[in-house]
Write a protein that binds this ligand. Sequence first.
Ligand code: SF4
Length: 312
Amino acid sequence: MAKPDFWKNNKRYYDLKSYWRNLFGCTVHKLQIDAGFTCPNRDGRVASGGCIYCDGRGSNLRRKGALPDVSEQIASGKKYYAASASKYIAYFQTFTNTYASVDKLRTLYDEALAEKDIIGLSIGTRPDCLETEVMELLSGYAKKYHVWVELGLQSIHDKTLQLINRGHNSKQFLDAVNALAAHGLNICVHIIIGLPGESDKDVMETGKILATLPVQGIKIHSLLALEGTALGDMYKKGALTMISREKYAELAASVLEVLPPQMVIQRLTADGYRDIFLAPSWAMNKLNVLNTINKELERRNSYQGIYYKGQE
Ligand code: SF4
């Protein structure tokens, strides 16, 4: 299969910027919002302590004191991008952004959508925190706006989900994907490469299964060990070997090769955390990580979807 023309980019994968330019004919940015949510995997409703890699601090904004309103956060986000963007997606990012009553969610999402040039929502959440009423609410917005639900998964393997204390299993994830798809919502799944105990085959199985699902986007990043997390403690005790940059690039490229060519690659690197960062040191240089993945694809003369087998 040849590289698809519809990407209209010079990359070896279908990046988010190109997707939005193709869809809306302009530059679109996501504005990160911390609306003050918590997480059922941290507060004891599902589990306590959270995922073993989660630092539990929330956004930088939250650490500075009382959170500004959603509209204020949108206004300051717009200032940051003012020179380059003409449209924006309100990205409810911090913790579990469906973990509240439908009335409260509606108020928060409405506040975002009322702002000028906000053309949609991206809602970060967990597979076990999507009541039918919430999906109906989002599905209602999707009639008029561009709406994504971002689902944390990390691995399709239950042994790994247990080990990293995700608090849900792969069946709950698959059920959530099917329910979201039935509500006509765009789904972006987050996965991590380099999780403890995972073989290359395990990583590829996660990618191959996602390729068969009604999933329109993916975020891939390497495992990070952070100070103050259970995973960070494992790393400091020498109980954890972090993946190398070359191995990460190799596996990320292999996952890209099996994904559908139309799946939007929303991220290939990990974000932030400089003040509590432990390892792997290479992950902090995002540009270098992207270059390494690109070089790996170039070396293989390959690109996203080259080995995609189609929906089964
Ligand atoms: S689901 Fe997200 S917010 Fe909740 S514990 Fe895991 S990483 Fe942290």
